[in-house]
Design a protein around this ligand. Structure first.
Ligand code: ASP
Length: 319
């Protein structure tokens, strides 16, 4: 018998549509009254929060991380399932991927259609996540996202569609597994993320997106004394317009850790171009290149690295 901890955090999977067609939070989670019964699996379910995922904070993520550590190291659970709103699901998944020890499966899921909408995907995704979390083949794969009969790695998965049930995708690499009617098939193994200890999640780190014709105005408005870091979603392989770079340089010189990601959906950010504002110039000036993760995940990584007071922050970000 495999013992799985289920943590409900809120999101559409726990919501319903009202008579006006608006999707609203429920006081009691419909998944709590409709628990799946599965062979060889016992569930312990906790409504840890009831939050739409735009309300989830880093402190909530830390609370989930602590609850799972206790479950694995003090209570003998074999795996954990988290239900979560899909808007920020990838951020919680990545936070846990970096901060939970490898071993027992941790699987996150959600829904695009609330509990009483036609074609609701919540219950199906919930059962899928339990199936993945209770399968020994899911061990040592990092945190997983199970949605729409696919299994994605927390590091790369991202929400790609506002409403489609196939919203969760892994650009560049694809899912690492699928759920068939009877089986779970993993077809890719990833190198696991380096773990980092987490005790606090403080820090002001905004994300700024680059665009054609961007000048330095937004960077000039920032006071580095009020910030702990900055994430730039740059152009292409990792470039920004030259006027923007002139102002950004002042923030680098003030000692602010700045992480670059690409606004491209696929591929890896690299310091390739040596023209003014090109990646090569940015890299030499001291900007860290977060190669394979998107901006919202780079922000999580930077906050964790800063809170852990890493002396090798650049290495950690660029790994
Ligand atoms: N806005 C919702 C949320 O993230 C979307 C969802 O759960 O699918 O809470």
């Amino acid at each position: 018998m495999r013992k799985i901890l289920v943590l409900h955090t809120g999101g559409t999977i726990s919501m319903s549509q009202d008579t006006d067609g608006k999707v609203i939070s429920n006081t009691s989670n419909p998944l709590m009254t409709n628990e799946p019964e599965m062979n060889d699996v016992t569930l312990q379910t906790e409504d840890i929060f009831n939050l739409p995922s735009p309300h989830i904070t880093l402190k909530n993520m830390l609370q989930i991380q602590r609850r799972i550590l206790k479950a694995f190291f003090e209570e003998g659970f074999d795996g954990a399932v988290i239900t979560h709103g899909t808007d920020t699901l990838e951020e919680t998944a990545y936070f846990l991927d970096l901060t939970l020890p490898h071993g027992a499966p941790v699987v996150i899921t959600g829904a695009m259609r609330s509990s009483n909408e036609p074609g609701t995907d919540g219950y199906f995704n919930f059962i899928s996540a339990i199936r993945v979390a209770s399968d020994p083949a899911s061990r040592n794969r990092g945190v997983l996202v199970a949605m729409n009969a696919e299994i994605h790695a927390a590091r790369f998965v991202t929400k790609t569609h506002t409403t489609s049930v196939s919203t969760f995708q892994t650009p560049t690499y694809g899912p690492i597994g699928i759920l068939t009617h009877d089986k779970i098939i993993f077809h890719q193994s990833l190198e696991l993320a380096e773990q980092i200890a987490v005790h606090s999640v403080e820090g002001r780190i905004p994300i700024i997106k680059a665009y054609s014709g961007m000048d330095g105005q937004i960077f000039d408005l920032l006071n580095p004394q009020n910030l702990d870091g900055l994430v730039i979603e740059a152009l292409g392989a990792g470039n920004i317009p030259p006027e923007a770079f002139k102002s950004l340089k002042k923030l680098i010189e003030a000692g602010l850790p700045i992480v670059l990601t690409s606004r491209c959906f696929n591929g890896v950010a690299e310091p390739i171009y040596a023209y003014s504002g090109g990646g090569s110039e940015l890299y030499v000036a001291g900007i860290f290149f977060a190669k394979e993760i998107n901006a919202q995940k780079a922000r999580i990584k930077l906050i964790l690295g800063i809170n852990a007071k890493l002396s090798n922050l650049r290495d950690f970000i660029e790994k």
